[in-house]
Design a protein around this ligand. Structure first.
Ligand code: PLP
Length: 372
């Protein structure tokens, strides 16, 4: 079955008890046993819940993963993945990652003895050495919209036996499937495009490696960063419209990027869909389309900070991937925690999450915000 059909049906048979067409929210913490150890597949809701199972089955299918695990947040998923490595191990991370990932790596894991090397997208292979156990990638990156060659990084990592994790939050499986490109593990903040409506926080991990999946399922239960049934249900509902939403996000972003590129007050637009973007050809090879995220540089920090406060339709807020358009200043908002790191977000940078409103209205809003 095609992607759009699986998004609606995979793991979502009518409820066996009642025939409900939509998977119910199994709001229960425990499940009755008929005799000790005899139950219908579920015993305690941290270990498993039918609503969560439906989400895990559906999203795994969309990522082309044999195994899927849902988490309470993207960072909850990341914490769990970090238990695949040990203090002393070497981790290579692309140097432009979500600020919360950098904060976790630098403030939580580095003091415990984990060793991190941050590399530009073009220097990932060089940063990998014989002691590297994990390579952490995002593509496109947050917030600079760099494109990472996932296949090339996977080849270099696998040559030394390291695992490759790709954070696919910006692209979604509709536009890019990292496991098919050579990654071992795909991770998501389902808070973003997968939920799609800015009303839930969640995470996901997918893999095709049965041994890794078994270890991760143990860690998911042992560490406990699991989503509640209503949160799992909200993400599952979001998945049903992922394809149509992404098509509209991409079309609107193309319009907005072209408008910004022609505006005299905008110094540079960072959008992989623009032929001027250095990663355009690579993105065209490894993605179906270029997504709904755009960053751009103003002439100064003052102009950037003033501009983000003047939009009326684009709401000034952190996060991304919802149906409504958002605008933010990464250096002071989502990426404030990278300020002291090796790759501070530029102070002149503005980031847009282009929603699915009418493109004309979005362009008009940016036009008025840039006019003053
Ligand atoms: N990865 C990316 C690319 C993100 O943008 C975010 C959050 O903004 C995360 C991971 C963390 O996810 P969460 O906020 O769901 O913990």
């Amino acid at each position: 079955m095609e992607f759009e059909t699986r998004a609606i049906h995979e793991g979502q048979e009518p409820d066996p008890a009642t025939g409900a067409v939509i998977v119910p929210i199994y709001q229960t913490s425990t499940f009755a046993q008929t005799a000790v150890g005899e139950h219908k597949g579920y015993d305690y809701a941290r270990s498993g819940n039918p609503t969560r199972t439906a989400l895990e089955t559906c999203l795994a299918s969309l990522e082309g993963a044999a195994h899927g695990l849902a988490f309470s947040s993207g960072l909850g998923a990341t914490t769990t993945l970090m238990h695949l490595v040990d203090p002393g191990d070497h981790v290579v991370c692309v140097n432009d990652v979500y600020g919360g990932i950098y904060r976790m790596f630098s403030k939580v894991y580095e003091p415990k003895g984990y060793r991190f090397a941050y590399a530009t997208p073009g220097e990932i292979a060089e940063a990998i050495d014989g002691s590297t156990r994990l390579v952490w990638l995002e593509s496109p990156t947050n917030p600079l919209m760099n494109v990472v060659d996932i296949g090339a990084a996977a080849e270099a990592a696998h040559a030394v036996g390291a695992l490759v994790v790709v954070d696919n939050t910006f692209a979604t499986p509709y536009l890019q499937r990292p496991l098919e490109l050579g990654a071992d593990i795909v991770v998501h903040s389902t808070t973003k495009y997968l939920g799609g409506h800015s009303d839930v926080v969640g995470g996901f991990v997918g893999t095709n490696d049965a041994a890794l999946a078994e270890r991760l399922r143990f860690l998911q239960n042992a560490l406990g960063a699991v989503p509640g049934p209503f949160d799992a249900w909200l993400v599952l509902r979001g998945l049903k419209t992922l394809g149509v939403r992404m098509d509209r996000h991409c079309a609107n972003a193309r319009r907005v990027a072209a408008f910004l590129e022609g505006h005299p007050l905008v110094e540079r637009v960072l959008y992989p869909g623009l032929p001027s973007h250095p990663g355009h050809e690579l993105a065209a090879r490894q993605m179906k389309d270029f997504g709904g995220m755009i960053s751009f540089l103003m002439a100064s920090e003052e102009e950037a900070v003033a501009m983000v406060a003047r939009t009326k339709l684009f709401t000034l807020a952190e996060s991304l991937g919802g149906v409504e358009s958002l605008i933010e200043h990464p250096a002071r908002m989502t990426h404030a925690s990278t300020a002291e790191g090796p790759f501070a977000s530029p102070a002149e940078l503005v980031r847009l999450s282009v929603g699915i409103e009418a493109a004309d209205d979005l362009v008009a809003d940016l036009e008025q915000a840039l006019a003053e």
